[in-house]
Design a protein around this ligand. Structure first.
Ligand SMILES: Nc1ncnc2c1ncn2[C@@H]1O[C@H](COP(=O)(O)OP(=O)(O)OP(=O)(O)O)[C@@H](O)[C@H]1O
Length: 217
């Protein structure tokens, strides 16, 4: 469960990026966050993932109040999340397989188990046959699917995606959205930030509308 209560975020020297945001996303729900450029979508996801701290208000993730967590507990909290964020670049000097396996190795997984999970994640996104390929040889849609495999390989309970279909044509975008739906159908909580209203219209998920940092009713 993701629960925000009266959350505001003011960047140093800047305007208020989020104002008095209150909502709850239940475990197993899929929802969109939408709004114009600068509305606060990325800020909202960064607060939920504990990448940024709110200026005020309370954020609770799966029963854990982020404001009360010790810094040492943050990496453990992050294991709840699969993040598909634009600034999380693929490693272009590593194979498809290594790009997905690396996060598991970093968190200390046994090699055999890590390899098994990597193949399972690549299978879920339809890239199992491409494991030896270098990312540069993949299409834009395939690269995005690789990012998704990397985000789900540790079997997170919550998927947070920031403009996951941003640079993709509408066929690829639908494919990516179908993938999120399939994760949601097996119980993963999914929150997707997108400015693409057409995409949202095609899916009957709850939508949180942000406008200049405020949540519209
Ligand atoms: N690190 C930062 N420091 C200062 N201001 C920031 C920072 N990050 C975002 N902002 C400001 O906060 C506001 C919300 O930005 P945010 O990136 O959350 O919007 P967004 O809805 O994701 O926009 P976009 O669709 O263009 O990515 C904007 O006015 C932005 O300039």
């Amino acid at each position: 469960m993701i629960s925000l209560s009266q959350v505001s975020k003011r960047y140093p020297g800047g305007l208020e990026a989020l104002k008095d945001i209150t909502f709850t996303i239940e475990t197993g729900e899929m929802a969109f966050v939408t709004g114009h450029s600068g509305a606060g979508k990325s800020t909202l996801l960064n607060l939920i993932a504990a990448i940024e701290a709110p200026s005020s208000g309370t954020i609770v993730i799966n029963g854990q109040n982020l404001g009360q967590l010790r810094p040492a507990a943050i990496p453990f909290l992050r294991r709840n999340f699969g993040l598909i964020f634009q600034d999380h670049k693929l490693l272009y000097d590593r194979s498809v397989f290594d790009n997905v396996m690396l996060p598991l190795e970093i968190t200390g997984f046994d090699q055999g188990e890590a390899a098994k999970r990597t193949r399972a994640a690549l299978d879920k996104v339809g890239l199992l046959g491409r494991e030896k390929t270098m990312p540069i040889a993949l299409s834009g849609g395939e690269q995005q699917r690789l990012c998704i495999a990397r985000a789900i390989v540790h079997r997170p309970a919550i998927l947070l995606a920031d403009e996951p279909t941003g640079n993709l044509d509408s066929n690829y975008a639908s494919e990516i959205l179908e993938m999120f739906k399939s994760f949601n159908q097996v119980g993963v909580t999914v929150l997707i930030a997108t400015h693409d209203e057409h995409l949202i219209e095609r899916y009957s998920a709850r939508t949180l509308h942000l406008q200049h940092g405020e949540l519209l009713a």
